[in-house]
Design a binder for this molecule. Structure first.
Ligand SMILES: *Cc1c(COP(=O)(O)O)cnc(C)c1O
Length: 407
């Protein structure tokens, strides 16, 4: 086989379909985020980032940076091993305690990313509990899907956020089989939110465990940033809450929070936890400072809410279609992969605005979009500049607007 030719052919198909991924080469400027340098075909330029998951700008927060500097200078760079063999440092222990407290759980377990935490925790629970059936929301993140697939446990996919469908599927399953319902709180592409309370009711009725991915909610919702389950007073109803330290907390890493036994079980059986080097202690220290700050401070959360509302109001005024949802995510719908990529390119080239196009397979074909994430560090001028650029492009490119009557 001509391997190189095969790679080329497959990549060319992606390009023809408008689904080839091009990464923006960015250099964030500490203290000036969301502004960054971008290196592209035309050299180095200034851009404003409008699609970051550093939702609150915590990646440049002085408390986070000083905790990281301090840890780096006192304990050095890497953890030096897996958690089992010399890699558990005091910073890991402290961060796990902080996260358990955040979610009102007995324990928490750290992973190197949110992806790994989902993959390892779901994979372990579903494979190590004999006969376990996983009930997975149709729009679950790739990391959950991969974990469930890897477990080889029977998997039942229920219609997205559809309680009737979930109940029908739970009722049809063997009543004596162990069950695990896996879902997210805030879904990151549409920005909609799951009916957590009702899903927990069904879990109780059918004797199932619940696994909630709060990756797009931790730090952002709830009086202490514990997520949607905290905001709604539901944390104690969930068997497992999973989160990331890489999005609103601005650093990197993932975790689960649950009972002491469950965390100990995953710690003891999950290959993806056991056989990999622990996070650098400085990363754990920075993440802990970020979690601690957002437990106390409402400033970032309330400013973000106001910024999101301002951008939405501006889009409405211009009739630019975006999905209405109760979260901080604004999906501006384009509905065509080539146009979506073109818009993103022109925004970058002519306006210094960076919004990554979101195309298939991240979202279904025909729902290609620009996903905008306003943060507390976007200024009024940033917002006006964004709205002006979108207005101009929508006029130029003849993309559908919302009919006035439908607004
Ligand atoms: C980003 C994401 C993850 C993975 O988290 P990382 O820390 O980035 O690896 C998990 N679940 C959802 C829903 C996500 O969007």
């Amino acid at each position: 086989m001509d391997y190189q030719a095969y790679f080329k052919t497959r990549l060319n198909t992606l390009r023809e379909d408008g689904n080839y991924r091009i990464f923006a080469d960015l250099e964030r400027k500490r203290g000036a985020f969301p502004n960054a340098h971008h290196r592209g075909e035309n050299g180095k330029g200034d851009v404003t980032i409008w699609c970051s998951n550093d939702y609150l700008g915590m990646g440049q927060h002085p408390d986070v940076l000083s905790a990281m500097h301090h840890a780096l200078d006192t304990v050095g760079a890497g953890a030096g091993g897996t958690r089992n063999i010399s890699g558990t440092t005091h910073e890991h222990v402290l961060l796990e305690a902080e996260l358990a407290d955040l979610h009102g759980k007995e324990a928490a377990l750290l992973f190197t990313s949110g992806y790994v935490s989902n993959w390892a925790a779901l994979g372990t629970l579903a494979s190590q509990i004999p006969g376990c059936i996983v009930f997975s929301d149709a729009l679950n993140h790739a990391s959950m899907i991969e974990g469930i697939r890897h477990s080889k446990a029977p998997r039942v996919i229920w219609k997205h956020n559809d309680l009737e469908d979930l109940e029908a599927k739970l009722a049809a399953a063997d009543p004596t089989a162990p069950k695990l319902i896996a879902f997210e709180s805030v879904y990151s592409m549409d920005g909609d939110i799951a009916p957590i309370n009702e899903i927990c009711d069904l879990a109780d009725k059918y004797g199932a465990m619940t696994y909630l991915d709060e990756v797009h909610a931790v730090g952002l919702y709830g009086p202490r940033g514990g997520g949607i389950a905290e905001r709604e007073g539901l944390m104690d109803r969930l068997t497992v809450i999973e989160g990331t330290l890489g999005k609103a907390y601005g650093v990197v890493g993932g975790y689960i929070a649950a009972s002491a036994e469950l965390c100990d079980f995953v710690r003891s059986f999950a290959s993806g936890f056991i056989f990999t080097t622990a996070l650098p202690p400085a990363v754990a220290a920075g993440a802990r400072a970020s979690v601690q700050h957002l437990k106390r401070s409402q400033t970032e959360r309330s400013r973000q809410k106001e910024r999101v509302a301002t951008v939405r109001a501006g889009l409405d005024e211009m009739g630019i279609p975006h999905i209405e949802n109760p979260s901080h995510i604004i999906p501006v719908m384009v509905g065509d992969p080539v146009k979506c990529k073109f818009l993103s390119d022109v925004l970058m080239r002519d306006h210094g605005i960076y919004i990554q196009p979101i195309n298939y397979p991240t979202v279904p074909k025909g729902t290609e979009r620009l996903r905008i994430t306003p943060s507390p560090v976007h200024t009024d001028a940033d917002i006006q500049h964004l709205l002006n650029a979108l207005e101009e492009l929508w006029a130029q490119c003849e993309i559908a607007r919302v009919p006035m009557a439908a607004q």
